[in-house]
Design a binder for this molecule. Structure first.
Ligand SMILES: [Zn+2]
Length: 263
């Protein structure tokens, strides 16, 4: 276990070194990987309610503004809001997040599973909202094996970006709702994608991922997702980062409809 930890640390350190070579960086400026670490710590504190919502909000905004600044220094990531809007309108920017599936797998009939009102990322006690789309696979016996293929279903990144944080240690009985989750930051959109209820997470913080690349295998992890009444699904959330550095949920439904599907 100890050796595994060291290997992972070296691997992540190496990826980090590779990414900093391609970007000009002032000597004392935090690396992208250090922002990943800060995000992981903060999100864990929010979940465990060991930080006050107001402090969490401040901390989050600092991390997101720092991360954006870091990417803005690299010309390739510099998009103005007009270019960004046009990217979001063209469906080709997005990959459908489950291999072998298409928009028919989205819960509900017109994306009405999305309920953004009342959402507060910083207060774990606030419930009732669902600022996300749930996308279902055929898994009648709930063994996390896709009934159509006989294999696990691959979760694919909807857009390119850097993996900010992951959870891999969820166990049945844990009250945490997201299970094994992945947070990905897309510097072009300046937004965060959250992929929850995974079985196996295949990425590491600091890793750069291309749109359509496999990031995990779908699962039933999470307090409610594990219960028999819940069909096997991916919980997909997108948070737009505002100029203040704070997040605002946005419905991914329109993007999912036009996204490129993978076989
Ligand atoms: Zn959901």
């Amino acid at each position: 276990m100890r050796i595994l930890g060291i290997v992972v640390a070296i691997l992540v350190g190496g990826l980090n070194a590779a990414s900093s070579q391609t970007m000009d960086r002032e000597p004392d400026e935090p690396t992208i990987y250090s922002y990943c670490q800060q995000f992981q710590v903060l999100y864990t504190q929010i979940r465990e309610q060991s930080i006050q919502p107001d402090s969490a909000r401040r901390r989050f905004s600092q991390i997101m503004l720092g991360l954006k600044h870091r990417f803005d220094q690299d010309g390739r990531m510099r998009y103005d809001s007009l270019q960004r809007d046009s990217l979001r309108r063209t469906g080709q920017y997005f990959a459908f997040p489950i291999r072998g599936y298409n928009p028919r797998a989205i819960g509900g009939t017109h994306g009405e599973g999305y309920r953004g009102k009342g959402f507060d990322l910083f207060d774990y006690n606030v419930r009732g909202s669902h600022p996300a789309q749930d996308i279902f696979i055929a898994d009648r016996n709930q063994d996390c094996i896709d009934d159509q293929t006989g294999r696990p279903a691959d979760v694919l990144a909807m857009t390119s970006g850097v993996i900010l944080a992951i959870e891999t240690a969820w166990t049945p009985g844990s009250e945490y709702r997201g299970g094994n989750w992945i947070w990905l930051y897309d510097p072009v959109m300046n937004g965060l994608f959250y992929y929850a209820h995974n079985n196996v997470v295949d990425v590491l913080p600091g890793q750069w991922i291309g749109a359509g690349q496999k990031i995990s295998e779908m699962g039933r992890s999470g307090f409610n997702a594990y219960k028999p009444r819940s069909p096997t699904h991916l919980h997909l959330m997108y948070l737009q980062i505002l100029p203040s550095g704070l997040p605002e949920p946005e419905d991914t439904y329109k993007w999912l409809l036009s996204a490129k599907t993978s076989k």
